[in-house]
Design a protein around this ligand. Structure first.
Ligand code: 5AD
Ligand code: SF4
Length: 447
């Protein structure tokens, strides 16, 4: 007997979704929500109120699989109440049908490369199907495009321009969980951006695992040209893009940022390590010097472009000397934020065959040392903004502190006070003078 209500009771079908991981996952969930709503489902805020419980998972680090199974175990008791369960995302793709063995009450397991088939999978689910899978599409050339994206914010929105990854860094699961690299046409991306601008969005973030590996399948525009075209859409005030891969970081991206004021002055360019030796073993296919050349392009721009990065500490074989080179690279570049992680062996990746040679304790010591040094560099970098006037987009209010929360084009948090009796609206833009700085944020006054 179907546990989810039949299609003729469509208006009462409810679902709950929980999302983990990167912005790609967050945005995938927005598209999944839109697709379900299109199929007659209503989103609810608690598991208890839902007929269908979806869990959009991430497997980038740590013992992600174990955490998912622990959670599914909690869901077991809800099964008796007639609820159905679906596991989506990277753990779904990675563990595949094994999920049904360990959690037999799960009915749907799908990786992101199969989401375009969700409507069919939902029909199977409603007809009482068991063990429905979307796992075989990692070689597909197709992307998940839908006009029914349920964006959670009404001013700022994501657009996926490229899915998957063909880079195969030694430590990374993404090529195995998200499948082959495939881009949308620039015509379709621009149409979506225009629809968003017409709907009142002013801030667009272009997404891709390697966003700048974008290749227009119609051959009309390079990545930099697509950035410019999105930035020139009437009504769009800010365009961001993440994450850039150093291998495909071309100089015309910097030229585009210099030429088009709506392109935000921020580049997230993960380096992973400052040691060419470690980079070689990570299969990053660039050296420290090669990476620093890209940084030099960014620093030579007329606009001051903020830079941020990702670092992995304790990759197999990383010596104390290698680690010192990472610290020295951070000192040389002067990033405005660093996302640093302890190396975590991941299933299916080439690095899993290398001995995880750095003890956990040593990884923690290196990570802490790196964060301590970086905090002091950031403190000094953020202090340089004192006295400057910057435009922020209003994101919300911290009533306890009497502050309005804002974000600069450089992606820095700038909270401010205002003498106006009416607070500026969320999504509006405001000029702010910086009066105080911290290692991770700025504070100021509206002008
Ligand atoms: N262990 C630790 N960190 C990792 N990352 C990716 N894979 C791993 C791993 N196996 C980090 C990288 C990447 C970020 C999204 O996560 O720094 O840029
Ligand atoms: Fe996590 Fe990577 Fe999957 Fe994003 S793509 S959800 S970071 S494993």
């Amino acid at each position: 007997m179907p546990l989810v209500k039949a299609p003729d009771e469509a208006s009462t079908k409810t679902f709950y979704i929980e999302t983990f991981g990167c912005q790609m996952n967050v945005h995938d969930s927005e598209k999944v929500i839109g697709t379900l709503e299109q199929q007659g489902y209503t989103k609810v805020e608690t598991e208890e109120a839902a007929d269908l419980i979806l869990y959009n998972t991430c497997s980038i680090r740590d013992k992600a699989e174990q955490k998912v199974f622990n959670r599914l175990n909690d869901y077991k008791k809800l099964y008796k109440q007639g609820k159905r369960f679906g596991v989506l995302g990277c753990v779904a793709q990675q563990e595949g049908e094994k999920i049904f063995e360990r959690a037999p009450y799960v009915s749907l397991v799908s990786g992101s490369a199969s989401y375009r088939k969700l409507p069919e999978m939902l029909v199977q689910l409603e007809l009482g199907g068991q063990r429905i899978t979307g796992l075989d599409d990692r070689q597909t050339d197709q992307t998940f495009e839908t006009e029914f994206t349920a964006r959670s914010n009404t001013h700022r929105g994501y657009i996926t321009i490229i899915e998957g990854c063909d880079k195969f860094c030694a430590y990374c699961v993404v090529p195995y969980t998200r499948g082959k690299e495939r881009s949308r046409t620039s015509t379709s991306v621009l149409a979506e951006a225009r629809r968003m601008a017409d709907a009142g969005y002013t801030d667009i973030q272009l997404l891709g695992q390697n966003v700048n590996s974008y290749r227009d399948t119609e051959g009309k525009r390079s990545f930099a040209e697509l950035l410019v075209a999105v930035g020139e859409i009437s009504g769009i005030r800010r365009v961001r893009f993440t994450t850039s891969h150093p291998r495909d970081f071309t100089r015309d991206i910097v030229e585009a940022i210099d030429a088009v004021p709506t392109l935000c002055d921020h580049v997230h360019l993960p380096v992973q390590s400052g040691s060419s030796n470690v980079l070689h073993h990570m299969q990053r296919e660039y050296t420290r010097e090669w990476y620093l050349e890209r940084i030099a392009w960014i620093k030579s721009a007329r606009r001051e472009i903020s830079m941020t990065t990702d670092i992995i500490v304790g990759f197999p074989g990383e010596t104390g000397e290698d680690f010192e080179q990472t610290i020295s690279l951070l000192g040389e570049v002067q990033y405005d934020a660093v996302f640093a992680f302890k190396y975590s062996p991941r299933p299916n990746t080439p690095a899993i065959t290398m001995a995880d040679s750095i003890p956990e304790e040593e990884k923690s010591i290196r990570l802490q040392a790196l964060l301590d040094r970086q905090r002091e560099w950031q403190r000094a970098n953020y202090a340089k903004h004192i006295g400057q006037e910057m435009e922020v987009m209003v994101e919300g209010y911290n009533h306890a502190r009497g502050q309005v929360m804002g974000r600069t084009s450089q992606n820095k948090t700038l909270n401010f006070t205002t003498r106006q009796p009416i607070l500026p609206a969320v999504g509006s833009y405001q000029q702010v003078r910086v009066t105080q700085s911290f290692p991770n944020s700025l504070a100021g006054e509206a002008v």
